[in-house]
Design a protein around this ligand. Structure first.
Ligand code: NAP
Length: 508
């Protein structure tokens, strides 16, 4: 249906077709709601599982937990599925839940603006204009590669790319490769890289805590049992959830939880690394859990291979001048220590711009206020989902909705249910729009600060993407258990919202 301006009118416009956008779409479709569209700027669905194609990409949350509760998959091949299996799962969700007819690929949001008079969002995209009663932002927090300030990076004579933009056209066989970073992506990349490259230098800015992962394939018997009896999949999911949830105690710096966890990581390090000098370099100088705890069975082993070297300081610059590799330009990468390495390829596993999502510069709420201005001191939302001055807009996977110890999918499902409650409330309220009050946002932020203040994320002595670099506030992470997040969002409280009506509407 087109409105008077020629825009396609829908009830709900969802931006992004990763886990969050697909989950939102499935729940709408299952409720029989037909008037929604999912726009996706890429040529395929899948979000981070479409973008991250680096060798070794997989999930460090068990797959039976890292999947929709309302779409269990008895066919997961391993405890921790590889990226392409998760991507295939999401594509199957889209096909089997009938989302294809709602999906617009290669369609990027150019600008969204709230129209008070019409009480609707006007959304300009690269594939036409839309008018939507509600806008759901599901663009994720790990979608924009972060390139650290490495001086003269553009002067590097070899090839370089970010881990989430893997260049599969360049063979790494026999190459000298610099791997920058030691986060969740880097530790998955190193073992595969080390098997191909002639030399690998790992540039470490800070040492991560690593626990054994215990990955394995599911046997045929197990998979047959999962397929024959859905109850076994549900029971396994509950068990995995409960086990992960117990990890919150250590993040809240409770004893002995945190001591036992730290000891497990130290034991894993001691058992895995033979040389005391290397062990020292790999010992973190902050409290466990402050940054994401990593899981790997092969990272430490790879670091000790003859062709792998750990540089215990960050990569800071590419040397000036033409280097000494003939006409290939300058290939000398220099670390903060002053050590320099001649390299053919640089892989930047340096994370994502999470605290300042660029889409916020393209969304204008009431009085044409930009979301990026509203968030100029850091992201903030009520119920981790709604932003004052941006009526009928819902942000999934945005402020204070990440977890450091359990499945992101559980959080997404919690938020999706909250959005559905808000839509139901609006439909029955006679109002045209809901705008969360400034007080509700402030009060929620005060609660977040209080929950966070004694946790390892604030007191652990590290920097992480969970906190805003401008204020130090925990803006990305929900600093408590996943269960408490669900409890908190379980009931939609209309009193937190101003109910708006169009000028001239019968109820105005
Ligand atoms: P990340 O955790 O932000 O790690 C970036 C790494 O780059 C850090 O080790 C950082 O050091 C380092 N770094 C930045 N600039 C550097 C420099 N100039 N020299 C050397 N090191 C430098 O990014 P990520 O590994 O891509 O992971 C991001 C998030 O994605 C994770 O926290 C997780 O939520 C998710 N993820 C999940 C999985 C999974 O299996 N579920 C896999 C991959 C990613 P500092 O630590 O000192 O900042």
């Amino acid at each position: 249906m087109r409105d008077s301006r020629g825009a396609t009118a829908v009830d709900v416009l969802i931006v992004g077709a990763g886990f969050a956008g697909i989950g939102m779409g499935i729940r709408l479709a299952r409720q029989g709601k037909d008037s929604f569209v999912i726009i996706e700027q890429a040529e395929d669905v899948g979000g981070t599982w479409r973008d991250n194609r680096y060798p070794g990409v997989s999930c460090d949350i068990p797959s039976h937990l890292y999947s929709f509760s309302f779409r269990p998959n008895p066919g997961w091949s391993r405890v921790f599925a590889e990226g392409r299996e998760i991507h295939a799962y999401l594509r199957t969700c889209v096909q089997e839940e009938g989302l294809e007819e709602h999906l617009l690929l290669n369609c990027a949001l150019s600008e969204a603006e709230w129209d008070d008079a019409g009480a609707r969002w006007h959304v300009r995209t690269t594939r036409g204009d839309f008018s939507a009663a509600s806008l759901v932002i599901a663009t994720g927090r790990l979608s924009e590669p972060k390139i650290p300030p490495i001086k003269n990076l553009d002067g590097f004579g070899g090839r370089w790319w970010h881990s989430a933009r893997w260049n599969a056209k360049v063979s790494l066989v026999g190459k000298r490769v610099g791997l920058v970073g030691t986060g969740a992506s880097a530790i998955q990349i190193l073992p595969r890289l080390a098997a191909e490259a002639s030399e690998v230098v790992v540039f470490q800015r800070s040492a991560p805590y690593i626990l054994p992962r215990g990955d394995r394939q599911y046997s045929r018997e197990e998979m047959e049992r999962f397929a024959a009896d859905p109850g076994t999949v549900t029971a396994l999911r509950e068990e995995l959830f409960a086990e992960a949830e117990r990890g919150i105690g250590a993040r809240q710096r409770r004893h002995p939880d945190i001591d036992l966890l730290r000891q497990r990581a130290q034991d894993h390090l001691s058992a895995s690394i033979r040389a005391a000098a290397l062990r020292r370099l790999l010992t973190p100088d902050y409290e466990i859990g402050c940054k994401r705890i990593l899981f790997s069975d092969d990272y430490y082993a790879s670091l000790q291979l003859g062709n792998v070297r750990l540089e215990p300081t960050p990569l800071t610059r590419i040397a000036d001048g033409s280097g000494n590799v003939g006409d290939c330009g300058n290939r000398v990468a220099v670390a903060a220590s002053g050590n320099s390495y001649e390299l053919d390829v640089l892989v930047l596993a340096t994370g994502f711009n999470s605290t300042r999502p660029s889409i916020a510069g393209h969304i204008r709420g009431r009085h044409s206020r930009l979301l990026s201005d509203e968030w100029s001191n850091g992201m903030a939302a009520h119920a981790s989902t709604t932003v004052h001055g941006f009526p009928n807009m819902y942000v999934l996977d945005g402020p204070n909705a990440a977890l450091g110890h359990n499945s992101a999918i559980y959080m997404i499902e919690t938020q999706v249910s909250y959005v559905l409650s808000a839509l139901d409330h609006l439909a029955g309220s006679g109002a045209d729009a809901l705008d969360v009050t400034a007080e509700a946002v402030h009060s929620y932020m005060r609660d977040i600060d209080k929950m966070a203040q004694d946790t390892v994320w604030v007191k652990g002595g590290c920097t992480s993407w969970y906190r805003d670099e401008r204020t130090g506030r925990v803006t990305l992470l929900w600093p408590d258990s996943a269960t408490s997040f669900r409890d908190r969002l379980a009931a939609f409280a209309p009193a937190s919202y101003e109910h708006l009506r169009r000028p001239g509407s019968p109820l105005e």
